[in-house]
Design a protein around this ligand. Structure first.
Ligand code: ZN
Ligand code: ZN
Length: 383
C-alpha cells in the first residue's frame, strides 16, 4: 500500500518544483588561493557585499582580486575595494563565468561567492543542482559512453549530492570539488549527451524501501562479482548486496597481475602475524589461494586475514584475487578495480551499449531500490 501510494505521488507531483535546490560547492579546493580573475563569459552579473550592490557587469567584463592583509583587494571598473567577502550574482536566465587561479582556468554556471579565510580565499560556486550534476557527470564519467550511461550517472551523482548535502556544513558549504566528494572541474560543455541526460532525468534519485536516499556507491570494475557492503565497510545495507556481473569481464580494468618475490611475500606474511615458512605449507607444498569467487577473507592455516586489508597493505587494484607460488615468485592475479560495492561502471557502460535502460541497470546493481522524483519524495517525506 505504501509503495502504491508512493507511485501515485511520483506520477502526479513529479512536474511540480516544491523546493529550490541550490548548492554551495568549494571550487579549486586542492589549491591554496591567493588571487583570482573572473570573466563574465555569459550573461550579466551583479557584485554584492552582503545586500549592498557595488556594481554590475555586462558579458565580457572582468573582476580581479587578491589577498591584502586579512581581506581581499577587489578590482573592478578602474576602482578597488577592500572586502572580507562578496558575491557575484548572475542576473540572466543562463549565466557563466570563467575563473582563473594560478594558471588554471575553469568555467562554471550561476554564481560565485568569495570569502576570506585565514590568509587564503575560499571560492564557492553557488550553483543550481542540475547545473552542478551535469558538471559532475562530465568530470566523473569521462567523455565516451552511451547516452543511457550518462543518465544513470546523473541519477547516481544527484543521489550522492543530496545524501551528502551536509558533508562540509561545518566549513560553511555543501560539497567540495575533488574526489573526497565528487569531481567537479567545470560546467558541462564538451558532450551534448550529458546535458540531455541530466535534463531527461531531472530530479530523479534512488531510494531504498523506506524511501531514504541510498548510499549510491560505485567503482570502476567489479571483476565479475560485486560485494556486500559489510565485506568492505562495517554496515550491511540491504541494497548493497553481491551480484554476479557478466557485463564487465572483458573491459579494460577486468584483470590485473602483480609479481613479488617469495621473500617479499613471506616478509609481508610475517608482518601480519602469519608464520609464513611453517604454516602456509601443507604436505610440503605452498598453499595456493584460489577461491571460486570473491572472498571476504584469505584463509591461511589457522588464521583468516581480510582481503580488503591485503589489498590496502599491498596496494592492489582490488580485493578480488588469487595467489600462486611458482618457484621463487609469487603471482597475485586479480579481477576488477576499486572497492567492488554498488554499481560497476564498466559493467554499466557495457549494459548501456547493449541497449539496457538506466532503470534496469541501476536495479541490476542496487538490490530492491526505487527510482523516484525528488520533489515527489520530499512531498511524501513531509507526510
Ligand atoms: Zn569533500
Ligand atoms: Zn562488473
Amino acid at each position: 500500500m505504501l509503495k502504491r501510494f508512493a507511485v501515485f505521488i511520483v506520477l502526479f507531483f513529479s512536474v511540480s518544483s516544491l523546493f529550490a535546490h541550490q548548492f554551495l560547492i568549494h571550487i579549486f579546493s586542492l589549491k591554496t588561493v591567493h588571487a583570482a580573475t573572473v570573466n563574465m563569459s555569459r550573461g550579466s552579473y551583479s557584485l554584492y557585499h552582503d545586500s549592498t550592490l557595488l556594481t554590475t557587469f555586462q558579458q565580457g567584463e572582468t573582476l580581479k582580486f587578491e589577498v591584502e592583509g586579512s581581506k581581499m583587494r577587489v578590482h573592478f571598473k578602474g576602482t578597488s575595494k577592500l572586502l572580507s567577502h562578496f558575491k557575484l550574482k548572475g542576473e540572466d536566465y543562463l549565466n557563466n563565468f570563467k575563473i582563473g587561479v594560478a594558471g588554471e582556468a575553469r568555467t562554471y554556471e550561476d554564481n560565485l561567492v568569495c570569502r576570506m579565510e585565514v590568509k587564503t580565499i575560499l571560492l564557492l560556486n553557488d550553483v543550481e543542482l542540475e547545473h552542478y550534476i551535469a558538471g559532475v557527470v562530465e568530470s566523473e564519467a569521462g567523455l565516451r559512453a552511451a547516452p543511457e550511461y550518462f543518465k544513470l550517472q546523473a541519477i547516481l551523482c544527484r543521489t550522492y549530492a543530496l545524501k551528502n548535502i551536509e558533508r562540509h556544513s561545518l566549513e560553511g558549504y555543501n560539497l567540495c570539488d575533488n574526489v573526497h566528494c565528487q569531481a567537479y572541474y567545470s560546467k558541462s560543455s564538451k558532450i551534448p549527451d550529458i546535458l540531455k541526460a541530466t535534463t531527461a532525468t531531472n530530479g530523479l534519485i534512488i531510494t531504498d524501501e523506506r524511501f531514504d536516499l541510498i548510499n549510491a556507491t560505485f567503482h570502476s570494475n567489479c571483476g565479475g562479482e560485486t560485494c556486500n557492503s559489510e565485506d568492505v565497510w562495517l554496515t550491511p545495507l540491504p541494497y548493497l548486496r553481491a551480484v554476479k556481473d557478466t557485463f564487465c569481464v572483458k573491459s579494460r580494468n577486468a584483470r590485473w597481475k602483480k609479481k613479488m618475490s617469495k621473500e617479499q611475500w613471506h616478509k609481508y606474511l610475517r608482518s601480519i602475524d602469519v608464520p609464513a615458512e611453517l604454516d602456509t605449507t601443507v604436505d610440503g607444498e605452498e598453499v595456493y589461494f584460489s577461491p571460486d569467487g570473491r572472498q571476504a577473507s584469505f584463509y591461511f592455516p589457522g588464521k583468516a586475514v581480510k582481503t580488503t586489508k591485503i589489498r590496502t597493505d599491498l596496494k592492489l587494484k582490488s580485493a578480488y584475487f588469487k595467489v600462486q607460488m611458482v618457484n621463487d615468485s609469487v603471482f597475485i592475479q586479480g579481477r576488477g578495480y576499486g572497492h567492488g560495492v554498488g554499481l560497476c561502471q564498466e559493467g554499466a557502460m557495457q549494459m548501456a551499449k547493449e541497449g539496457y535502460a538506466y532503470n534496469q541497470i541501476i536495479q541490476y546493481y542496487f538490490t530492491g531500490v526505487f527510482i523516484v522524483n525528488l520533489n515527489a519524495l520530499e512531498f511524501f517525506k513531509e507526510e
